[in-house]
Each structure stands twice: as C-alpha cells, then as structure tokens.
Design a protein around this ligand. Structure first.
Ligand code: CTP
Length: 422
C-alpha cells in the first residue's frame, strides 16, 4: 500500500474505532419506537448511531412522540421513512405492523413512557407502535423515561414486572435530573448505553452463548508509595474491545481491568485491580471457558512500598525492584489449569524478533494461542486505535492479520476462541 493510501486507510480505521465500529449491528433490522417524552431528542441520536453502525433503522413515532421530535429528524439520520399513526390508517396499514414485527431483529422503544409501558403490559394496541409491538415476534427492549414518582408508582412497577416476566428487556431508567426540575429515578439512559443493551440483546444467541470469558485489560500499577506507581503505556483499548466482542458473541464476560479512561462495555461484570498481584489473585479464584490476557502486566515491582509519601527533602530515592509474578506462567503451573480455563490466550508485545519471541512465550506460558503485536510500528500496540497482529497457535499454525482496528482484531480473536471451544 503506498503512503497516501496507507494514511487514508489508517484514517478510516481510526474513524471506525472512535465511531461505531460494531459488526454486530451491520445489516440488522432495528425497529425504533419513540414515545412522548422529552428524552425523544436522545432517540434521534440513538437512531443516528444505529444507522452509522450499519443497521437498517425503521422509526415509529407515537402521536405524543411526534410532538417532541418530527419524523423528518429521524428520516434525516436513518435515510428511511419514519412512520406515524397516520400510517396506521393508510393502505399499507396491516402490512406495516405485521411485517415490521416479523422481519425486525429487535424492537427498541426508547424513550418508553409510563403510558406506553402500561399499554404494552396490558396488550393495548391503539397506535401503530403498540399494534406493532403486539404483533412482534422479535425481542423487545424498552428504555423507560418518565418524571419523578411515576416510575416508582406501584402501577408502573407492576407493569414493569409483567413485561419482565414476559421476557421484555428493560434498560434503565437512570437517576438524576428530570425535566420537571425534580431529581430522581426516571431519566432515560444515554444513547451509547442503550446501544450497549441493543448489542447484548442481539448477541444473546451468538457463538459464545452459555460460555464465560475472562478478559484482562490495561497496564498494571505497582505502588512505590501512596501516590506514585510504576506503570506502562497500555490504554486498555484492545482488552475492552475483546470484552465487547465476547459480549457480542453472547458470552458472559468478566473484565478484570486496571484503571483506564475507558467505559466498560454494557453487560460485562467488572473487577477493578491495580497491581499484578491483585490481578493474579482474582484469576486464581475464577474459572471460565476462556481467559484472554490482554493486560500489560508488570514484570518488575518495587521490593518495598513506602508507607508514607516520599519527600523531596529526603533526596533522590533508590528504588529497588523485584520480579512481579508472571500471571500466565503462574496459572499454567497451578494444577487444574485446563479445568479452570479450557482456552488460554495471551499477547506478546515485542519491539524486535516478533515471531521468535512470541513463539517462545506461547510455549513457556502454556497458551493455546498468542497474538504477536509489533509495538515498534506507529499504528500498532500501546495507545493506538489499530493493531497489526500475527496469531500463533499451539498446533504450529499461524495467521497474519492485516492492519485493522482493535475492534476488528478483537472480533478475529474471539472467533478463534469460539472455534477452539467448539
Ligand atoms: N503477562 C503475565 N504476567 C506478567 C507479564 C505478562 O501474565 N507479569 C502476560 C501478558 O498479559 C501477555 C503475555 O504474558 O499476555 C506476554 O506479555 P509480554 O509483556 O509480551 O511478555 P513478558 O512475559 O512480560 O516478557 P518480556 O516483557 O520480557 O517480553
């Protein structure tokens, strides 16, 4: 690839990572119901994000929903006609609600008012959205939005229980500022979070359904004193992308993470750790179908951690280091490793002799496969949005992945985990 094309390719990959690089949504048919809440403005953002991620988004507004945001807004972001109650009485009426309910992969109602929740719970079908919901064979996900007290009201709570008992998925509501000026539980959750719930719903029957995957992420922090640590440049992006890819494939995910600037994917159970020792302690007490060690774990740590903050006036400290435990190495020497993790994968961050060093780690750490990562390249490794990875397998086979976003790399790695678990 010449320099110019390489730059453009890198740009597209960066855009994809930062924006909505989520293959789980591409070519999915999402029906988005929008009801009468001020949070309807957030639905426009949600519709836009879904469309950018490649989903076919058909929006149905209730009469009250239309009062907050016009169909044109949704048409502009989805590139498709938005439907309203006028369509309920048009020529296509029955075709619309029956076909939508049958062809969609998911019906999302966001925001969903207390009124629409009540209608859904009681099978009332008096507008295009509720008629469609009653005819739908696909799963339904609702994101409640209402004012103070309405969510807690026993009528709403009973409706909620009814919907949950029928298998409806409910995301939110969140607590905080409400349109009335009150504060309480009732805010619709943010569009990115709704998107996370949509991914969870779509992934439910994926290749890893029923499997548990543990992913470690981020750079460990080894304390010098109460305020200083030894850490590394790992951003955690590859680990978080792996956790999301495993969730997209339907897995139960435990994300063991060091402090990062990233938001954990919706649906992951998160355990926060700082040091290598804490990470090792968590992993020793867990079992799973697969472990992916994407964390950049320290190799060295201070022999002693000062109890008090080291003071400048005491001069420049000499910090003695000792070997930190090798997490994968320790796990592979512990009896019953194969029983606790059927598949174990690691990463090799190398600045020279990439494949030779990775091969050695694959063997010495008892891995099923290792992702060899050339950290000397500017578009791969720590902090970047892209990676250049070669996968080396215990059976001697090898797969070289081209430059791709960390999201895509994560999906490839998760595909191999699913294959090895078959
Ligand atoms: N790893 C680990 N425990 C450590 C250090 C690393 O389990 N204390 C894991 C990493 O999470 C990764 C793999 O081992 O999956 C390889 O890590 P890497 O840093 O590339 O290699 P090291 O074993 O630390 O060797 P070196 O730093 O000398 O290359």
């Amino acid at each position: 690839m010449d320099k110019k094309r390489n730059f453009a390719h890198g740009f597209v990959l960066r855009w994809k990572y930062n924006q909505l690089d989520m293959s789980i949504l591409s070519s999915k048919h999402i029906l988005l119901g929008v009801t009468g809440s001020i949070a309807a403005y957030k639905a426009a953002d949600l519709a836009s994000k879904l469309a950018q991620a490649g989903a076919q988004v058909d929006v149905i507004l209730t009469g009250a929903g239309e009062k907050f945001v016009s169909p044109l807004t949704f048409q502009s972001v989805t590139g498709r006609r938005a439907y309203t109650d006028k369509d309920l009485w048009g020529d296509e009426a029955h075709i619309l609600h029956i076909s939508f309910g049958k062809t969609a992969d998911l019906l999302v109602i966001a925001p969903c008012t207390a009124d629409t929740m009540a209608k859904l719970a009681h099978g009332i079908a008096d507008n295009l959205l509720t008629v469609t919901a009653l005819a739908a064979t696909c799963p339904i996900l609702i994101a409640p939005a209402m004012d103070g007290g309405m969510f807690d009201h026993s009528a709403t709570q009973q409706n909620l229980s009814t919907l949950l008992s029928r298998g409806a998925l409910v995301a939110g509501p969140a607590s905080g500022h409400l349109a009335s000026g009150l504060s309480g539980k009732g805010r619709m959750i943010e569009p990115m979070e709704v998107l996370g719930h949509i991914r969870l719903a779509l992934g439910k029957k994926g290749k890893l359904a029923g499997k548990k995957i543990i992913v470690t992420a981020g750079g460990t922090q080894e304390a010098i004193d109460p305020v200083r640590v030894i850490t590394n440049r790992s951003s955690g992006k590859q680990g978080y992308a792996l956790a999301q890819a495993a969730l997209d494939a339907g897995a139960e995910v435990l994300l063991v993470t060091t402090p990062t600037a990233l938001t954990p994917p919706v649906g992951a159970k998160v355990v926060d750790v700082k040091s290598v020792q804490e990470m090792l302690d968590v992993l020793i007490s867990e079992s799973a179908d697969a472990l992916v060690m994407a964390a950049a774990a320290a190799d060295f740590r201070p022999t002693q951690v000062a109890r008090e903050k080291m003071k400048k006036r005491d001069g420049i400290p000499q910090i003695e280091l000792e070997a930190a435990p090798d997490v994968l190495g320790t796990l592979s020497t512990l009896g019953g490793k194969k029983r606790r993790f059927k598949v174990t994968a690691g990463f090799a961050a190398e600045s020279q002799s990439l494949l030779e060093n990775a091969e050695e780690k694959l063997k010495s750490k008892g891995l099923d496969f290792i992702a060899a990562n050339d950290i000397s390249a500017s578009d791969a490794g720590f902090g970047t949005d892209t990676n250049r990875i070669t996968l080396l397998f215990a059976d001697g086979s090898k797969e070289t992945l081209s430059l791709m976003s960390k999201t895509e790399a994560a999906e490839k790695i998760i595909e191999h985990i699913a294959r090895l678990l078959e």
